[in-house]
Design a protein around this ligand. Structure first.
Ligand code: SF4
Length: 330
């Protein structure tokens, strides 16, 4: 049985809002508000939700690129939140990120050779010759060629640039990769190629992924489990098959109903998601989703639902299922 590689417990990030003549703190945005989950070695957990739900902030918190307000991140049995900055930097050799916009994340003035060997230089790994050899290997692993090392980012297509971003993330032989919307900026035809590549690399190097996406359709085949986020909280988390075949939370159901099906003969119920995501600095009282939920009840407007296990390993934060459970318990 696989070992747990990453544990996140009650993770929070609240950003202060300053205002007024004295520029005092007048409020806060609870970008991430008490996340708990774990990921086993070699598996993929996807974090899914609309822009502004806190999924990218979660990725940055795990990497310790920003400091959490509360909570812990345990990676390889080591609590990252208790480490010094220097120790955290050393840990990054084994945790890497892939970003959404490969063009923005690659320095346009550096050759691919320089871009790829940079993480090795930062971590003091290998001689010049060894670094050159590793760049060659990683370019081939991601489907490019060694002669690409001399070229510059603008000489590549979007898909090729993302392959360079993936090669860079692999340079230090990491165990965990946080992929923040890695295919969102790519054409649909290229998305599938990059997703297949990520799956092949996972098998080849026993990689563990946290995959961040706004579309449940994109992560379906890559995820072992999926956590759906809404305004900084997980509203539903389950293994991929359970979630795609038996989603319970009204928000997850609405997201799923908007995923296109390639077979036009299959009809499925369309659940509209009305309105926009509320202002995160003024989230609705009670269930944060109540202003957009077709199943909203009175209790939803005043009481925040807690994430509870509704079926084995299937957690949902929704009063609909709390009532079911209370009813069944009677
Ligand atoms: Fe809808 Fe109420 Fe469930 Fe929130 S708690 S998702 S408002 S039914």
């Amino acid at each position: 049985m696989s070992k747990t590689l990453l544990q996140v417990h009650n993770l929070k990030k609240h950003f202060p809002i300053y205002g007024g003549i004295l520029n005092k703190k007048v409020g806060e945005v609870k970008a991430v508000d008490g996340l708990t989950f774990s990921v086993k070695e070699g598996e993929t957990l996807s974090l899914v939700g609309e822009s502004g739900c806190g999924k990218s902030t979660t990725g940055r918190l795990i990497m310790q690129l920003i400091e959490p307000t509360d909570g812990s991140v345990i990676f390889e049995d080591q609590s990252l939140t208790e480490l010094s900055k220097k120790q955290v930097r050393l840990t990054r050799e084994r945790m890497q990120m892939i970003f959404q916009d490969p063009y923005a994340s690659l320095n346009p003035r550096h050759s691919v050779q320089k871009i790829l060997e940079e993480p090795l230089i930062v971590h003091g790994i290998g001689s010049k010759e060894e670094r050159k050899q590793r760049v060659k290997e990683m370019l081939e692993v991601v489907g490019l060629s060694s002669y690409h090392a001399k070229r510059y980012p603008h000489q590549f297509s979007g898909g090729q640039r993302q392959r360079i971003g993936i090669a860079r993330a692999l340079m230090t032989k990491p165990k965990l990769i946080i992929a923040d919307e890695p295919v969102s900026a790519l054409d649909v035809s290229i998305q599938a190629q990059v997703l297949n590549l990520l799956q092949d690399l996972q098998k080849k190097f026993q990689l563990t992924y946290i995959f961040i996406a706004h579309d449940l359709g994109v992560v379906r085949h890559i995820s072992k489990s999926v956590a759906v986020m809404y305004l900084g909280r997980i509203v539903e988390i389950a293994d991929s098959e359970t979630l795609y075949n038996g989603a319970l939370h009204p928000y997850t159901k609405a997201l799923l109903s908007s995923v296109p099906i390639p077979d036009p003969t299959i009809q499925k119920e369309s659940i509209p998601l009305s309105g926009d995501l509320p202002d995160p600095s003024k989230p609705p009282q009670g269930c944060a989703f109540h202003s957009r939920c077709e199943a909203c009840m009175d209790v939803c407007k005043t009481q925040k639902p807690t994430l509870m296990e509704v079926e084995k390993d299937h957690y949902v934060a929704c009063h609909l299922y709390e009532e079911d459970k209370q009813f069944n318990d009677k």
